[in-house]
Design a protein around this ligand. Structure first.
Ligand SMILES: Cc1ncc(C[n+]2csc(CCOP(=O)(O)OP(=O)(O)O)c2C)c(N)n1
Length: 618
């Protein structure tokens, strides 16, 4: 049976063994081909092909619920649940989403994108099932990386104590994006290794027993060593202590083997963990060799594994490199990352100063409070986290950092529209979240140069601050000393018709809008509002004095963003001219390329020009 003929998982339930192997190869080829064109999460998906086939053969979805943690490994699931014909649209605007989406298919039991949520969601569903007197299986598929996140422990602790029936499939490949970290990860490695060791040794023991004369003696001595290892293994039963029954480790590429285990555990009336060992990147040698580089990829050539177009180093990498150079003479600098040391640009720092970089795993809340502790202890931590993932640490930023006015500098990568990963990955709430917190300074550079100046400022001023930036910024040769905290900079001569206030990457679209407006007879005054919090009230007073209308532009939700801060301030000062806001409406922004999304939401050059014109002329 061909992939294109699989309309639903029921089509694969009766397939014979050799057909399954062929199906797994076809799925792999399809994933590699599509991701090589569209970009996406490659290595995690390749590692989960057989696991997903086995799950769909045993469980009856959509009645049974499969919840994928993070959801970045759901491509096989999408291919087996009636979406193979649309698979080429994955991650494109209006195409399939790269993560599970309930609105896309009844087979997607729960929307995911941020890590470590699946066990909580599964427990909630299992409890809903029980309260409603229904009868289905709930399965959470969780990676060993995701298991470094605190929510997993909260959920395991809760589920185990109540004995709620649900199955956690631990997909253990030893990797988060990079090699996994933490004590539990070491324990999982021991489980994998000792299991292999015991199996091998069993063969050795059997062979020894067969040696005439000395056989039994050798075998007894050997048995004692083996038991010592087994005892150590039993003492380490982490999941059992939390009230879960543990099974494994089992081979996550052996469909039949997994099926046997899942089938025998299906409908069991208690919480279970099935530990499955997989290989990240399995079946594509480039990804097997460099699973971290092939975790999330831009379009690439299949033969060489090389990117189709070079993006150049990210803004985060430039910032990380700069902090690395500063760290030579600043022993107080240290860096905290949450399972994304390379992705946030601190690979070089981790090599140069391994004792001053702390990768805490996918544990953003812990990262923030730990950094607060470091700052209280006299260090100057930089916390590098994608803006979207920092959302879960709001309380820690407010209470543990800002209330104590501690000098923690947050480096918020991927601020603004994140593109193809979609709603869960855009950074569109950072300003509203951070500007609500007293003592917090919020900055947004428009160039790599300005980012460095902001880092200098952060280091020399002991207070909480956040610097938000996208993956890439235009290469602008800005003059030295351009950034001064709390001030804004004019990017055009002072014209009278309208002032456009914006910061960071969207200034490029604003520049285009200024040109379009000029050809329409409207002379706009473009201002780089690089300090978002506090606002530059002197500038607003100047505009009030001259009665110049204001339009704010931001790649952020309008509600609570920069524009609403400016509007509130203008209302307070009884601003004598119109004030308008351009930004993203109050709805989740889907996946798609940044340029198409900007166009759709009227944030490209012509869209901004149109809206400014309306604001000025009515
Ligand atoms: C809260 C949060 N922080 C960071 C990330 C970025 N992220 C996506 S996948 C991943 C690693 C997940 O590792 P694992 O669960 O073991 O899955 P694997 O990719 O190894 O299959 C990380 C850190 C995220 N999605 N959510």
């Amino acid at each position: 049976m061909k992939l294109k003929d699989i309309a639903s998982p029921s089509s694969i339930k009766a397939l014979p063994e050799k057909e399954l192997k062929r199906l797994a190869s076809e799925i792999r080829a399809e994933i590699i081909r599509t991701v090589s064109v569209n970009g996406g999460h490659l290595a995690s998906n390749l590692g989960a092909v057989e696991l997903t086939i086995a799950l769909h053969r045993v469980f009856d979805c959509p009645e049974d619920k499969l919840i994928f943690d993070v959801g970045h490994q759901c491509y096989t699931h999408k291919l087996l649940t009636g979406r193979s014909a649309d698979f080429s649209t994955i991650r494109k605007l209006d195409g399939l989403c790269g993560f599970p989406r309930r609105e896309e298919s009844p087979y997607d039991a729960f929307n995911t994108g941020h890590a470590s949520t699946a066990i909580s969601a599964a427990l909630g569903m299992a409890r809903a099932r029980d309260m409603r007197g229904e009868n289905y299986n709930v399965v959470a598929v969780v990676g060993d990386g995701a298991l470094t996140g605190g929510m997993c422990y909260e959920a395991l602790n809760d589920a185990g104590s109540q004995n709620t029936p649900l199955m956690v499939v631990l997909n253990d490949n030893g990797m988060s994006i990079s090699r996994n970290v933490g004590a539990l990860s070491k324990q999982l490695t021991r489980l994998r290794v000792s299991r292999g060791w015991l199996e091998t040794k069993k063969n050795v023991a059997d062979a020894l027993r067969r040696v005439p004369g000395v056989g039994e003696k050798l075998h007894d001595a050997f048995q004692r060593v083996k038991n010592r290892i087994r005892n150590a293994f039993i003492r380490d039963k982490f999941f059992t202590a939390l009230g879960f029954q543990y099974f494994g480790p089992i081979d996550g590429h052996d469909i039949q083997g997994m099926e046997r285990v899942f089938r025998s555990l299906k409908n069991v009336d208690r919480p279970l963990v099935v530990h499955v060992v997989t290989k990240k990147g399995s079946g594509f040698h480039h990804a097997e060799e460099k699973p971290d580089a092939f975790h999330g990829v831009a379009p690439f050539y299949i033969e060489t594994g090389r990117a189709r177009s070079e993006l150049g180093p990210s803004v985060g990498t430039v910032g990380g490199g700069y902090i690395t150079s500063l760290a030579e003479n600043h022993p107080e600098i240290c860096v905290v990352t949450a399972a994304m040391t390379e992705s946030t640009g601190f690979g070089e720092f981790s090599k140069r100063f391994p004792k001053r970089l702390f990768d805490v795993g996918i544990a953003e809340e812990h990262a923030v409070t730990m950094a607060a502790g470091m700052a209280a202890g006299g260090m100057r931590p930089f916390v590098a986290i994608y803006e979207t993932f920092l959302q879960r640490a709001f309380d820690q930023i407010a209470v543990d950092v800002c209330l104590q006015n501690l000098p923690v500098c947050f480096l918020l990568d991927r601020a603004g529209i994140g593109g193809e990963d979609g709603a869960t990955h855009h950074g569109l709430m950072g300003v509203s979240m951070l500007r609500a917190i007293p003592n917090m300074a919020v900055l947004a550079p428009r160039s790599e140069h300005e980012l460095k100046e902001m880092i200098n400022w952060a280091l020399s001023h002991g207070r909480p601050c956040a610097i938000r930036y996208p993956r890439s910024l235009p290469k602008i040769k800005a003059p030295e000393g351009m950034f001064r905290f709390g001030t804004w900079q004019s990017l055009t001569p002072h014209y009278r018709d309208v002032a456009i206030l914006a910061s960071s990457a969207i200034l490029r679209e604003c520049e285009e809008a200024v040109e379009l407006l000029s050809s329409d007879g409207i002379e706009a005054y473009l201002i780089n509002a690089s300090t978002i919090q506090p606002l530059n009230t002197d500038c607003l007073k100047y505009l009030a004095q001259k009665k110049i209308p204001i339009v704010t532009v931001e790649e952020h939700f309008l509600s609570g963003g920069f524009g609403s801060a400016v509007a509130a301030c203008c209302a307070k000062m009884k601003f004598p001219a119109p004030v308008a806001m351009i930004g993203l409406p109050d709805e989740f922004v889907p996946h798609g390329s940044r340029s198409l999304l900007l166009q759709r939401y009227g944030l490209d050059g012509p869209g901004i020009a149109r809206q400014v014109k309306k604001a000025v002329k009515g």
